[in-house]
Design a protein around this ligand. Structure first.
Ligand SMILES: CC(C)(COP(=O)(O)OP(=O)(O)OC[C@H]1O[C@@H](n2cnc3c(N)ncnc32)[C@H](O)[C@@H]1OP(=O)(O)O)[C@@H](O)C(=O)NCCC(=O)NCCS
Length: 242
């Protein structure tokens, strides 16, 4: 029997995004292997492969199967195509997974019978200025009132919270993150309002995750809050149990 994941719990694995030995790549299914081949950028490919291997290792524990036999399903909320949030259907319910990559870090979240969305972001500027158009008017005012040196980290905190919510709902960036207003970066994470939110309107439960000074991360669950267990995981050590 596989391990039991309590339905009131969400487990979050924090992993380095380094390359894995080639034999571990064979855990991926044909579609994943094809996606990996098409990711030209070496770092992007490494992040994708490591994220999926970790998601398989984690799901296998609770689906009572082996990592190579885990069957992920995903159905896009917008076009019903096979992409988006990951699910694993088991006799004991549905395992919901969410994966996020940024620079050198990967997060994989798993919960039973509750949808979750996780996001990690490195505190770094991607263009030449902070893209404040991703923020709601209320959030922009909070950011503008902060001393300039604190604005980038505050923006990244906002971004991680919003993207975690949009990943939990399965919308991703099809919806504008500026329609969501979340609590100010230095107070506990909460969704305050959401303009033009498409149904269903399940309650959103939001938490910041502890990922060190160089990153910001958040987890959202829909319908109910879960008790979050965060764990640092070494992919090679996990894979050595195979
Ligand atoms: C979700 C999204 C914001 C993630 O951005 P990103 O820069 O790839 O960031 P992350 O690394 O945090 O997340 C990657 C994971 O998001 C998940 N994901 C993708 N689309 C998702 C969605 N709509 N909802 C929830 N999760 C989604 C995938 O599991 C992916 O992991 P994978 O690379 O192993 O497949 C972005 O991919 C997005 O907006 N996707 C929807 C795009 C779209 O146009 N969809 C409509 C098509 S009809």
């Amino acid at each position: 029997m596989g391990e039991r994941l309590d339905s009131g719990e969400c487990l979050v694995w924090r992993c380095p995004a380094g390359p894995l030995p080639a034999p571990l790549h064979t855990l991926l299914d044909d579609a994943e292997q094809a996606r990996a081949r098409h990711l030209g950028h070496d770092a992007a490919r490494t992040r994708f492969v490591t994220g999926r291997v970790m998601a398989r290792l984690l799901a296998a524990r609770y689906a009572d199967t082996t990592p190579g036999q885990v069957v992920f399903t995903s159905t896009c909320r917008h076009c019903t195509g096979p992409h988006g949030r990951l699910e694993v259907h088991t006799d004991a319910g549905v395992l919901h997974l969410s994966v996020s990559h940024s620079a050198e870090r990967i997060l994989v979240a798993i919960a039973r019978d509750t949808v979750c969305g996780v996001d990690i972001e490195r505190v770094a500027l991607r263009g030449d200025r902070i893209p404040v158009s991703a923020l709601s008017p209320a959030e922009r005012r909070v950011l503008a009132d902060l001393p300039q040196p604190r604005r980038l980290a505050a923006f990244i905190r906002y971004w991680a919270r919003k993207e975690a919510i949009l990943k939990a709902t399965g919308d991703g960036l099809v919806l504008s993150p500026a329609d969501l207003t979340v609590s100010a970066p230095d107070v506990s994470a909460r969704l305050l309002s959401w303009e033009n939110r498409p149904p269903p309107h399940l309650s959103v439960h939001l938490s910041d995750l502890a990922v060190g000074d160089e990153y910001r991360a958040a987890l959202a669950t829909l319908g109910r809050p879960l008790s979050i267990v965060e764990r640092d995981v070494d992919p090679l050590a996990e894979a050595s149990h195979l």
